[in-house]
Write a protein that binds this ligand. Structure first.
Ligand code: ZN
Ligand code: ZN
Length: 304
């Protein structure tokens, strides 16, 4: 699948805000155009016989700029003369995964899962978070919900038994895996691997693509993604994740299909480096001034 790559000049090349791909009759992959938001989120619609599940609502709130709810309603089949009920859930609470929520708020037969930790735990019925697996029954289609804190405390991933796909949000994707809590992230990776031991895994589909085909990251905030990395990651990328954390230097590590990064620590390192440069510059300027004053004194002595 070739996804819209945005543009270096978005105003010169207007593009459709939302790309819709039917993966199979009851599974849709939607991609927000990089020109509409540099986050260019992937959103997933899973349809069962009683209910549909929407995973994330993306980075854009304005329905005129991003007609997400309208598009989803058009994709939803009818049952007994009315639209199939829709459950809107999130991989985690970061704004780029739920900005579209208000578009669904006023719709009848749409239920939105809360995005705060208490709400997530309560809705899915986790009593021993982050342990345990919750199950959503869409009607002939079971989706498992697995807690995966680490990138964010509220993160969950969804395993779909119909397609064998793991919908992994920002937990695992061809991009920067931004670490908030490394120990929790490592534990989450181990738990997901353990849960999937007894389930066939076809693809891992995340929330963004931030790398090009060679594994290099696009500049952060870029609206242009030429020659993007493929969206789907494989089981091997998941099984390699715990070892990546075990050897992680705590700051930054680049792998073939993802980058581990601790943004707060890297920011701290940059701040320390900037401070060191500043101290060096002040020291240099003072030295120059002192030298200048010395030669002034010498020339004053020669005149007298
Ligand atoms: Zn995130
Ligand atoms: Zn994200």
């Amino acid at each position: 699948m070739h996804w819209n790559e945005g543009a270096s000049d978005c105003t010169a090349a207007p593009q459709s805000p939302l790309q819709v791909h039917q993966y199979e009759p009851q599974t849709f992959i939607l991609r927000q155009n990089p020109c509409a938001s540099f986050e260019a989120n992937f959103i997933y619609l899973l349809i069962g016989s009683d209910k549909a599940l929407l995973i994330d609502t993306g980075a854009v709130a304005d329905p005129k700029a991003m007609p997400l709810a309208k598009t989803i309603l058009e994709l939803l089949p009818d049952k007994d003369g009315i639209k199939l009920p829709l459950l809107v859930a999130h991989t985690h609470r970061h704004q780029d995964h739920r900005a579209g929520d208000p578009q669904f708020a006023a719709l009848s037969s749409v239920q939105i899962v809360p995005f705060d930790l208490e709400g997530v735990r309560g809705f899915f019925g986790f009593t021993n978070w982050p342990k345990g697996v919750a199950h959503l029954d869409l009607g002939g289609r079971i989706v498992d919900v697995i807690p995966t804190p680490g990138h964010n405390a509220t993160h969950v991933v969804f395993y779909d038994e119909r397609t064998g796909i793991l919908f992994s949000g920002d937990f695992l994707m061809p991009g920067r895996l931004l670490i908030d809590d490394a120990a929790a992230y490592h534990e989450s990776a181990l738990r997901v691997i353990d849960v999937l031991k007894t389930r066939p895994l076809t693809h891992v589909l995340g929330g963004h693509i931030e790398l090009d085909a060679a594994g290099r990251a696009f500049r952060f905030g870029s609206h242009y993604h030429p020659n993007e990395h493929r969206l789907e990651l494989a089981e091997a990328d998941l099984t390699a994740l715990p070892a990546a954390f075990e050897t992680f230097n705590g700051f930054y590590a680049r792998y073939r299909n993802y980058i581990l990064s601790n943004p707060m620590r890297n920011l701290l390192v940059e701040a320390i480096a900037a401070l060191a440069v500043l101290i060096f510059m002040v020291w240099g300027v003072r030295r120059l001034l002192r030298r200048g004053r010395g030669s002034l004194n010498r020339s004053a002595a020669q005149i007298s």
